[in-house]
Design a protein around this ligand. Sequence first.
Ligand code: FES
Length: 342
Amino acid sequence: MTTAAMTTGSPPPAWSDGLLVCKQVHDVTADVRTFVFEPTEPRLFRHDPGQFLTLLLDIDGRPVERCYTLSSPPTRPDLAAITVKRVPAGLVSHWLHDHLTPGTTVRARGPLGQFSLARHPAPKYLFLSAGSGVTPMMSMTRTLYDLAHPVDVAFLHSARSFDDIIFRRELDFIAATAPHIRVVHVLDDRGEQLNTELLRETAPDFLEREVFTCGPAGYMEAVRRMLSTAGFDMARYHEESFTFDAPAVPEHHTGPGYKVEFTRSGRTIDCDPGTPILAAASRAGLTLPASCAQGMCGTCKTTLLAGSVDMQHNGGIRPREIANNKILLCCAKPLDHLVIDA
Ligand code: FES
């Protein structure tokens, strides 16, 4: 508990966008670590389970932003934790594992995101995750457990091997002490696979559940295919994944191309009407601040100085910002020639 909370008895205000100090680092598996943070001023983390923070880092003099789901639950609001897998060739994950030690201060933005059971209340959930996609599910599971909420959860988590199961001991403890939460580990090296038979075995009523999925793109695609083939109502399906590859560019372009002028860099690029501006910029070799590439984190927010766009975002921008000509480059497609303050 923070000093202010202990001495005044009144809860500190909510934390949002600012400095965090790393309080603790611990190994979860051989290549996964949890980093626990506290705000530098007395604040509480009020967030929905499943939301994420964007870390704003300076790595070798280069500003880098990355989204990480909070693995900690809002029921433990004095500290916030992220759980990060060291990814081969992953600039940020390597930096975090190698440099982020207790006492290090980082800047962060958030919490943000719509991927939360708080946004989709239901009596029964099916959580499907793979690898480090377990983190939002862990925040949601910890929340339900802490609140002794009698919501029925079937949680199937896929990992390469027994030793790679993130939060294995805690998940097993939760499953052993909360009868309404069932946890099944699906292990590659044992030849196990997430399929409809396993789903039916674990949760025969899976077609009636609200589904949350998080993992690599291929995993989520397979889950989508499996559920829709089984007749699942995809309106009750929610997924999230943070991938940091260059944004995808549609293969087939329609209609006339537009010019997009970036005033700060002095560059002008071509952008087809069906292509997000960020993707076109990336294709043209222009590096712009971005993180989730899904209209969620707000990292790519900038000002539209001229022209109009079609923007389908996922909560990363507020209505009043849109009214003030702000746009998210990752999910805005040109409807006109554009001039952008970037
Ligand atoms: Fe996250 Fe655009 S990169 S909203």
